[in-house]
Structures are given as C-alpha cells and as structure tokens.
Design a protein around this ligand. Structure first.
Ligand SMILES: NC(=O)c1ccc[n+]([C@@H]2O[C@H](COP(=O)([O-])OP(=O)(O)OC[C@H]3O[C@@H](n4cnc5c(N)ncnc54)[C@H](O)[C@@H]3O)[C@@H](O)[C@H]2O)c1
Length: 347
C-alpha cells in the first residue's frame, strides 16, 4: 500500500505469539475490513498453535518477511519488552504503521528513539496502554474532567495476583505500565517527585513486589502496589476527590465503577471542624465491550483517518519516563539497603 493512501482493507501482521500476542491477533482478525495476513514468532510451536485460528495467515519466524511485504500496512509488536524498540524502529523504517505493546521501550533512551522515529515520518505509532481504552476508565476520566469528584486529592492502585513469574522484567515494568499510564491520563500531569521500594524473593534482582509513590505539580499524590506474589487477585484504582470518591474494580463482572458521595463537609456551627458525609453509592452503567477490541479498533481507525492515537508514542514515552524514575529510586533504595545490611553484619 502506497504511503498516505487509505487502504480499503487494512492488512496486519502480528510479531510475538506467546501469552499475549494471540489475543491481539484474535481481536484484529475480528474487526471489519481487517486481515491478519502474517503471524511471526521465533518459536515454531507458538506459531503452529495459531494456525487453526488464522488459516489464511502466512507464518514465519522472521519479521523480515513482514517488512518485505508491500501489501502489509501495519505490524503489531507483542514480543518481550527488550525487543520492542528495535522491532518497532525497523517497522517504521519499512514505512509501515506500528502498534507496540506496553511499555513502549525497556528504557527512556529507547522510548525517545522511537518518538524521534515516529516524528520523522507519517506512520501511526500506538502503544498498547490497554486500560486507557477500558470503558470504566474512560467514564472515570470524563467524571474527573467534568469536576464531578471535585478537586482530585490522590489516586492509588493495586495490581496483585499469584501471577506469571518473569525474569526479563520486574513487577514494576510488567504490571506498572497499566497503572502509571492511567494515573497520568486521569491526573493530566507528569509527576515532579517519585520514589519506590521493592523486594526480590523468587529471582535475585527481579522485584516481585513494588510500592511506588508519585507526587504531581498540583499536589495530587498517587500510590502503586504491584505484585505477582500475592494471595489476592486485585486490579483496582481508587480516586479520592474533595466532593466524591470513585473506585474502578476490574475484577468485578458488573459494577466495575463505583462512585461514593463521601467526604468531609465544613461544620458551620463549629468553626474549623468537619463533619463526615456518607451519601449515595452509585454504579454507572458501563459498556462491557472488550477493551482490547476497542483498542485494536482505535489503531485501525487511526490508520484510516491519519488521526493521532490517544496512546501515541509521546504518551508511551511519558509512561516509560515515570517507570524509569521509579526504577532508579528502587535501585537506590536497594543499594542503601545493601550498605545498611553490610553495616549491621560488619558492625
Ligand atoms: N496489555 C496487556 O494487558 C498485556 C498483557 C500481557 C503481556 N503484554 C505485553 O505483551 C508483550 C508480550 O508478552 P507475553 O506475556 O506474551 O510474552 P511471552 O514471552 O509469553 O511471548 C513473547 C513471544 O515473542 C516471541 N519473540 C521474541 N522475540 C521475537 C522476535 N524477535 N521475533 C518474533 N517473535 C519473537 C517469543 O518466541 C514468544 O513466543 C510484552 O510487551 C508484554 O508487556 C501486555
């Protein structure tokens, strides 16, 4: 497809068919006027497992085959994080649109390199900040933007599970992109102060649990609790405002968004004192459309319209910048802990 032309059918190839890539392939294939024409994975078993679901797609171990195909419009990168920047840069160099799974890169330098590549061409670059496409998160953001919660005081999230143990990234980089991208989107600012603590129990140097703190220019605070070593399966974000509070609980089948008319009102009978207000608890109706389907559709719509994706390369960069700052704080805390332990044992 010639650069700039609007394709009648959008042709997509998916690179990386491990745990997550098949979900992307399935959702893109289900969209009208989209053909998943290539599936690519270095692991032949992973590739073969997808053959029955995509009988007309070509299978390959090498992304080169996708990049050489003039009929291919876009590539979806769902390979492990260390490969994101290199693969996505090659896709852009081949003049194709690219969807990169979260996070945009493994380091700030990689994310910056991708932003530069995105800005020097006219191809769509979108990062898979899935939660930003969740109808409950969209509704929560609309409520915040309309001032329905009053002034936002703080936001905190928990993303816990006895989940997939990874060795190529820690809980911060594996689970944190969701909460960081949503916090940045809801608050609409970038933090001026971050700190993090974490512990590695299962594999040396790979934190299984991370506690992160961010403070924003307007004074809003945010806390993250991320762990794949936890008895509870929780995916929850709470926003505390001056007028109302709201919780997005992604583990609930229904009632994922709950709004609490709770807070403290000034007691006009006694100056300087407050009265607790505990009013209605409401649960707005939220569409149950799969967020991944909405995200995939948005990428294709952007290819067709030339519109900048809601989660473009710059939003990917902002999230990676926060993740890297949290990681630096984590590393500094770990080395302070190591010297303190040395002090105890040698002292
Ligand atoms: N949005 C979400 O909720 C969500 C959830 C899980 C994972 N992810 C993201 O998806 C990506 C993949 O995660 P995963 O859990 O599926 O990992 P995974 O390790 O299960 O699968 C990765 C696959 O990529 C293949 N691969 C690696 N390098 C390749 C290359 N150069 N060319 C072709 N194939 C290659 C591997 O063989 C493997 O099959 C990561 O970026 C992760 O952050 C997103």
């Amino acid at each position: 497809m010639a650069a700039g032309a609007i394709p009648e059918r959008v042709s997509i190839g998916v690179v990386g068919l491990g745990h997550w890539g098949p979900n992307l392939a399935r959702n893109f294939a289900a969209l009208q006027d989209v053909d998943v024409t290539w599936l690519c994975d270095g692991n032949s078993d992973a590739l073969e497992r997808q053959r029955p679901g995509h009988p007309s797609a070509k299978l390959t171990a090498s992304i080169d085959d996708l990049l050489d195909d003039d009929q291919l419009d876009a590539v979806v990168v769902a390979a492990p994080v260390p490969a994101h920047a290199e693969l996505a840069t090659r896709v852009l160099a081949a003049n194709k649109h690219v969807f990169v799974e979260k996070p945009l890169g493994a380091t700030l330098a990689e994310a910056e390199q991708l932003v530069t590549a995105a800005q020097s061409g006219d191809r769509i670059v979108m990062v898979g900040h899935l939660l930003e496409y969740h109808p409950a998160v969209e509704r929560l953001k609309a409520m915040i933007d309309a001032g329905e919660l009053g002034e936002i005081r703080y936001v905190y999230s928990t993303r816990l599970n006895l989940g997939k143990l990874r060795t190529d990234e820690n809980a911060l980089w594996s689970l944190g992109p969701h909460d960081v991208s949503v916090a940045l989107a809801l608050i609409g600012e970038e933090p001026i102060e971050v700190s993090a603590h974490g512990e590695a129990y299962m594999n040396a140097g790979v934190e299984d649990v991370v506690f992160g703190y961010m403070r924003f220019p307007s004074g809003i605070a945010s806390h993250l609790h991320l762990s794949w070593l936890d008895p509870h399966k929780e995916r929850r974000i709470t926003v505390v405002g001056s007028e109302k509070m709201a919780t997005f609980d992604d583990m609930r089948i229904e009632g994922k968004l709950t709004v609490y008319d709770k807070g403290f009102d000034q007691n006009f009978e006694s100056y300087g004192e407050y009265l607790a207000r505990s009013g209605d608890i409401t649960q707005p109706h939220i569409s149950n459309e799969e967020p991944l389907r909405i995200e995939c559709r948005h990428f294709v719509e952007c290819i067709r319209s030339g519109e900048t994706p809601r989660t473009d390369a710059l939003s990917g960069l902002r999230t990676v910048r926060v993740l890297e700052s949290l990681q630096n704080s984590l590393d500094a805390a770990a080395s302070r802990g190591a010297s303190a332990t040395e002090g105890v044992t040698s002292g």
